[in-house]
Design a protein around this ligand. Structure first.
Ligand SMILES: [Fe+2]
Length: 263
């Protein structure tokens, strides 16, 4: 099974570089569509929109609608839960009015679990007892399958960041780590938020964060000539070998279509 991960597209209605962000997003989807071996799913690990506005979600949806593979989304701190739910709930994977955006996909050899790590108080992550309980219930259903978890905020300290700690409180991050540690079949945790590559672990299981799809917001050092080329992750899952992850750099010379969105 192949999972393509994209993150932090920050589609914006008002920022000066809004066209570039849309182009990065669109080129990334085009590149995934052109892969010889198509991914089974594409997961967007949040911060779909920069200000959580309905028009930003409409623009994001128009781009994601072109994806050849099924797309699953979760919320980041810049997202507005309500507007995201309204834009994407027709997929049927989550409800339009639930308190959190958290759900499991059981259609593949590995169970995909999407977590909601949003805090209503800050840009940092939160993981309350209620969400820990829901995670437990999601794992219980079809419990024989291995599990991969996706979340916006990485549950580890991203040491390269000016502020490595990504959660509101230590207690909240530890609650998430404990809930993850309790999953017997956990094989990986894939996140976004920090806009750069980072790697940690939860009970010896790989946990990573990936760069923002929006190149203008990407952190870290990239080789000359790569500044305008978005990157995405391909996570290949084999029941015996586990996950093997590859970073793809979007092809350099792709015609940029005029999308006419968010003028
Ligand atoms: Fe972000």
């Amino acid at each position: 099974m192949i999972i393509a991960q994209i993150s932090d597209t920050h589609v914006s209605q008002n920022s000066a570089d809004r066209t570039r962000r849309l182009e990065d997003f669109e080129r990334t989807i085009d590149d995934i569509n052109a892969l010889e071996e198509q991914p089974d799913v594409i997961v967007h690990t949040g911060d779909i929109a920069h200000d959580g506005l309905p028009d930003e979600y409409a623009a994001a949806q128009a781009i994601l609608a072109k994806a050849s593979s099924p797309v699953f989304v979760l919320a980041g701190n810049r997202d507005n839960r309500k507007n995201l739910q309204q834009a994407f709930s027709s997929s049927g994977y989550f409800k339009a009015n639930s308190e959190f955006i958290e759900y499991a996909i059981n259609d593949f050899p590995i169970k995909l679990i999407m977590l909601d790590t949003l805090s209503s108080h800050s840009n940092k992550g939160d993981f309350c007892q209620k969400r820990a309980e829901t995670l437990k219930q999601m794992v219980k259903a079809e419990s024989a399958k291995p599990v991969v978890v996706f979340a916006h905020h990485p549950p580890f300290e991203a040491m390269e960041c000016p502020d490595p700690f990504q959660f509101e409180t230590q207690e909240s991050m530890l609650r998430m780590r404990d809930a993850l540690k309790a999953i017997d079949g956990l094989r990986a945790v894939f996140c976004g938020h920090v806009h750069r590559f980072d790697k940690g672990e939860v009970a010896g299981i790989l946990a990573t964060a990936m760069p923002s799809t929006a190149t203008v917001l990407r952190k870290g050092i990239y080789p000359e000539g790569m500044q305008l080329r978005p990157v995405y992750q391909l996570h290949r899952f084999d029941p015996v070998l586990g996950f093997i992850s590859e970073t793809r750099i979007v092809e350099e010379k792709q015609p940029l279509r005029h999308h006419g969105l968010l003028q």
